[in-house]
Design a binder for this molecule. Structure first.
Ligand code: UD1
Length: 417
């Protein structure tokens, strides 16, 4: 297993180009199953999760090839309806094949994802959504077994605006008979990106980006080509890196319009942020001010940026409170940040970060995608050497991260073991 060695402290300066969004690409890959044809996605990041989803599709008999950011997927024939445990346990979003398989073939068998590093992460809303669209659902030997003789539209009221459940319902509803209404739908830009692709493929969808989405199902769906939107979490991570290092970074190929909550908090902690439609410059001179953060559903502050902002606040002037509303247990980075000398206390879903003047390099362990990037950020400003172990977590969600950081002036290298 590879690790990163970082020698700090450093000040980042320069430009970085953001890749396509993992969380937009995965639903689009699943959507190709609906089409029964050859689809092309571009601006596709070459990530561990991209490769996992390609394997899931290949297990279904759907060949997929990625070259220079262009992903071709030929969903003409499907030879299996099963997403196996070995793949689903490494990437929960494999469950996105449930809705489209059920819609096109009336059957799907997908391993239950199980818990993850930061809590149980249920899939009950995916279940309820499929049932509202006419499916019979059961759990059988650790697998979700779904069948439907006739797929019909229906009304689904989500108890929480789950991104994953909204994706699965949107996908299944696109090939159902009649209208589906999703109430309390997720409003994330990645949902609008999926709706946009499905619209190009001929599906009538209204209300994406709001809490009520209406879908008029079709009998068949045209193969589509689509460009993946930029990754707002990757962009936010580099913005946080510019702030924590007191640097001056220009982030290219991003959509600041998707990042208001993150930009507000960066400004509140003393960064100067200037934006155009698709670039963002962060100048992070001066002391980092403490700032309180509460995560929430889009457009609130994203849980996927909580760990990175916590790293920034570890060296702020004063104390900051961070409240995690989406995943109350998502704090596996806290004990690791303490290894750098950070002062963080935890009480349930509330972390209090008392800023310290400097961090010290340390060996630390990556535990999930975003927790890992927080450790990299801490390593950039810590005195001396930091070794981040288990970086395969980072590779799930960040394309070419060490070269991007190196180009900004970081001393970072990949080592085996
Ligand atoms: C997606 C993102 C992930 C992000 C998360 C929250 C992808 C591939 N992953 O994950 O990066 O951290 O959104 O923004 O896009 N819930 C239920 N029942 C369900 C499903 C979810 O109670 O059936 C709850 C969860 O426990 C959580 C909340 O809903 O509290 C939001 O989860 P959800 O939006 O579903 O997260 P994911 O789609 O798994």
């Amino acid at each position: 297993m590879d690790s990163f060695i970082i020698r700090g402290p450093c000040r980042l300066e320069g430009k970085v180009k953001i890749s396509g969004a993992k969380n937009a690409m995965l639903p689009l890959m699943a959507a190709t199953i609906l089409t029964g044809g050859r689809c092309v996605l571009d601006n596709v990041p070459d990530l561990r999760d991209t490769r996992t989803m390609m394997k899931v599709l290949e297990m279904l008999g759907i060949p997929a090839g990625l070259e220079d950011g262009v992903l071709s997927i030929d969903a003409t024939e499907v030879t299996s309806f099963e997403a196996p445990y070995d793949l689903v346990r490494t990437m929960r979003a494999s469950i996105y094949v449930l809705g489209p398989l059920l819609a096109r073939f009336g059957r799907a068998r997908v391993s239950m994802p199980g818990g993850c590093a930061w809590g149980p992460r249920p899939v009950d809303l995916h279940f309820k959504g499929m049932m509202a669209l006419g499916a019979e659902m059961k759990i059988d030997h650790g697998y979700i077994d779904a069948r439907a003789d006739r797929r019909r539209g229906g009304e689904v009221i989500l108890a929480v605006p789950s991104v994953g459940a909204t994706v699965n319902i949107l996908l299944a509803a696109s090939l159902a008979d009649g209208e589906t209404v999703i109430e309390n739908a997720a409003r994330e830009p990645e949902i609008s990106a999926l709706a946009g692709a499905l619209r190009c493929a001929g599906v009538e969808i209204e209300g994406d980006g709001t809490s009520t989405i209406r879908v008029q199902g079709r009998k068949s769906i045209e193969p589509f080509s689509h460009t993946v939107i930029p990754d707002r979490i990757e962009a936010g991570t580099y913005a946080a890196a510019a702030r924590i290092t007191g640097g001056d970074g220009t982030i290219e190929n991003c959509r600041p319009a998707h990042m208001h909550a993150v930009i507000d908090k960066l400004e509140a902690c003393g960064a100067e942020v200037s934006v155009t439609e698709n670039t963002m410059r962060i100048v992070g001179t001066g002391k980092i001010s403490s700032v309180d953060i509460e995560t929430g559903y889009y457009p609130s502050f994203p849980t996927d940026m909580q760990a990175q902002m916590m790293a920034v606040l570890c060296i702020a002037d004063g104390a900051s409170a961070i409240v995690e509303h989406v995943y109350p247990d998502r704090f596996t980075h806290v004990p690791e940040l303490r290894r750098f000398g950070a002062r963080v206390t935890l009480d349930g879903s509330v972390a209090v970060v008392s800023g310290v003047p400097r961090l010290e390099g340390a060996p630390v362990m990556a535990t999930d995608i975003r927790a890992s990037s927080a450790l990299l950020l801490a390593g950039l400003v810590a005195d001396g050497e930091t070794k981040v172990l288990r970086i395969y977590h980072i590779e799930r969600g960040y394309e070419d991260i060490e070269n991007k950081f190196r180009a900004l002036g970081a001393e970072i290298e990949r080592v085996a073991g």
